[in-house]
Each structure stands twice: as structure tokens, then as C-alpha cells.
Design a protein around this ligand. Sequence first.
Ligand code: HAM
Length: 417
Amino acid sequence: MSIQAVRGFNDIFDTETTAKIQAVEQLLIQAAQAHGYSEVRLPFLEKAELYRRSIGETSDIVNKEMYTFSDKNDDLLCLRPEGTASCIRTAIEHNVLYQHSRKWYYLSPMFRRERPQKGRYRQFYQFGMEAIGIAEPFVDIEHLLLLHNIFKTLKIGSKVRLTLNYLGGADTRARYKQALQAYYHQHKNSFSPLDLQRLEENPLRILDSKDSSLQAINKNAPVMSNFYNDSEQKALEAITQQLNAHEIAYAHNPYLVRGLDYYTGCIYEWVAPELGAQATVCGGGRYDKLANQLGSQDIAATGFSIGMERLLELVETNIPPKITVTWISLSEESLKSSLQSCHKIRQACPGISVDTNYDISKIKNALKKANKRGYTYVIISGEDEINTGKYQLKDMINNEQYSLSLEEIITHLQHKV
Ligand code: HAM
């Protein structure tokens, strides 16, 4: 039997798809760099303990979705399910905040053993930005503005909706937790063992349940905003006022908690209903206590991650077709000189792809193949062309043919880029 890829791990090789991925990735990287963020490259493997302490033991990710295994020295390791915890681990481990705050971005695969379906994979890519060591809520607003602009540039502004909430501090949460426990105790007969554990340890987790019977119960659960103190109330208002000032539409969902335990303060999701069951394109928020959970002093931080597969599903392909050229050699001499000639074109015409042929072709067959593979131009070189120094440049789109020197071909192609 032939070997197939692991379920939920995708092969991507279609040139149109990879061109679209590259164009969108480029746009995100440019946006991050334009805002003063630099790339952080994080390991794929981390100690499992990192996620247990940060994302939380009662979260779905840690409970059911991690690829965890024992290394030969009995270290419990894990394929990273997300990037935020690694960013904070890195910042602490290398003491980078000693000099100044850090603004990092990453674009990398993450791994979660969820049930695969459209928009949900076991290996998926996230583009994330994290502002570490910055307490001012201004940076949260900047992230929301930046995301709004990214979605607008990608022409999906009308497809995504922003939902946000504000998680109160320790006192507020303690009072809210009690109210939630009192409410859920009335319904606990229908709870699974994991939800019973959540009820005792972390009832906020139940608010994020994907279980439909729990979702119905959640509709009447108490809301955290009723437990806010004055400064928390004002903090939420300050954020919503800024969003109004920038004309960014949002909905306040008082039940939004997000699936990871490390959040504090403003949290949000961008959802595209047209994606169906897996509609959250981006999630993020503030996580000022995460460093503390990892054994350091508090580090104020905030950030977000975009799920690349879901984002790409929303973006229409309107990438201009790349100019692709293939060199067809009809004689031994031409084949020998083609490597050098193709190299000259590549150097003089950045952005154009020039595909070398490695054997002597028959013109009819070669043109048929070139047509099938969708090249924009074909350069034909045989004995005559070598003698006269004039090659045949065939425009495959307009079906025109010119007899040109190599320099003239280069000038012609340069005008097309
Ligand atoms: P998250 O909500 O777990 O947050 O993931 C962020 C995004 O990754 C989701 O909104 C979704 O688009 C995408 N995603 C998650 N799981 C899958 C999957 N199985 N298949 C395809 N896409 C998926 C985080 O990971 C946080 N680290 C976000 C953050 C950064 N918070 C602060 N900074």
C-alpha cells in the first residue's frame, strides 16, 4: 500500500495557491515591519509544561489537542500549538526586556490534534504579532487598527466582524467565578467529567464550550461586566471610544473568554460568518500575567494571531499572473548557450521566471508542452538563431512572434514586468 500524508496535514503544491499564499504572507510581513515589528523564529518543539502553565490545564488545547511525547531522556515535549507562550518564554529566557520592550512577529506552522474539517487542520499556519513589555492600552488599539487595515487591503473588510470583551482583574474574576459556579451548579447533572473539573477549577472555560447543550446553558449565565470595578469599566469604554473614533465596527460579547487561559484585559476575535463552522480568522488580546505564570515577574504584553488557511479562504485571487518564460533549444549549440542566455535574462529581469529546458526539443512538441504549462513567453533557438544572433520570441498570450537579439528580448520583457 502506498504511504499517504498524516490526516489533517496538508500538501500544498498548486502554483496558483502558493502564489496567493506568498502574496498574502508578503503583505502581512510588510505590515508588521512597517509598524516596527521584527521577526522571531521559535522552535517547533517546547516542553509540554510551557503550555500546561500558560494555556491552562482545563483548556481544550492542553486537555485533548497537543502532540505530546516523551523524549529519550524522559522530557515531556510537545509540538507547539501556538506561538504566544514561546514568545514569552524566549523573552524571559534571553532576558531581552532588560534593554527595551520587544515587538515580534512570526509566521509559522502550529499543531493541534483537532478533528480535521474545512478550516480546521492538525498542522496550520499562524501569522502573529506580539508587543511584549508594553502596558499602554494604546498598543491594543493599534493592533485592532492594523488588523482592520489589513482586512481592508485584502478586500475582505466587509466579510469579517470584530467581537470583543474585557476580562477583569483578580478580584473581579474571583467574584465572577463564584457567581458562575453558583449558576452552573444548577445544571451540573448534564456535565461531562471535564466540565465538572472546569466547574470547580476554572468555570470561565465552560463559557467557551463547543458543546451545544452547554452553549444553551451559557446563554443565561451571569456576565462579567456586572462585576467590573470603576477602572475596568473605564478601560473597556476607552477601547470602544477609540474604535468608534476610528470608525471600526465591533460588537461587545460579554461571554467571550477565548480558548486560552492566559488572557487579561481586552480580548477579541475577528469572525467571518461565511466560513461556516470554523469562522474565527483572528484571535488575540492582552496577557499581562502570562510571564508570571511561567515563573517570571509580570510582563505586560498583548498580541494576536491570524489563522492563515482561514484568511486565504476569504481572499479572492487577484494576483497578476507572473511572467514565465521557457527557452526551447532546437540544436546542440543552442542548448549549450541556453544556460548562459537564461541567466542573463534572469539577472536583467527580476520578477520574471525563466525555465531552462535540458534537452534538444522538436518545435511542435515543445510548443504544445509550453502551451499546456501556461508559459507567457517561449524563446526558440535553433541553428539559424545561433548564426544570426536573432531568436524567436513567441508571446503565448497574444499569439505574436518576434525575431529579436538577446538584448532586445531583455528590453521587451523588462517593459512587461
Ligand atoms: P487561537 O484563537 O487559539 O489563539 O488561534 C488563533 C487563530 O488560529 C484562530 O482564530 C484560527 O484562525 C487559527 N486556528 C486555530 N486552530 C486552528 C486549526 N486547527 N486549524 C486552522 N486554523 C486554526 C492563539 O493561538 C493565540 N496565540 C493568539 C494570540 C496571540 N493571543 C495573543 N497573542
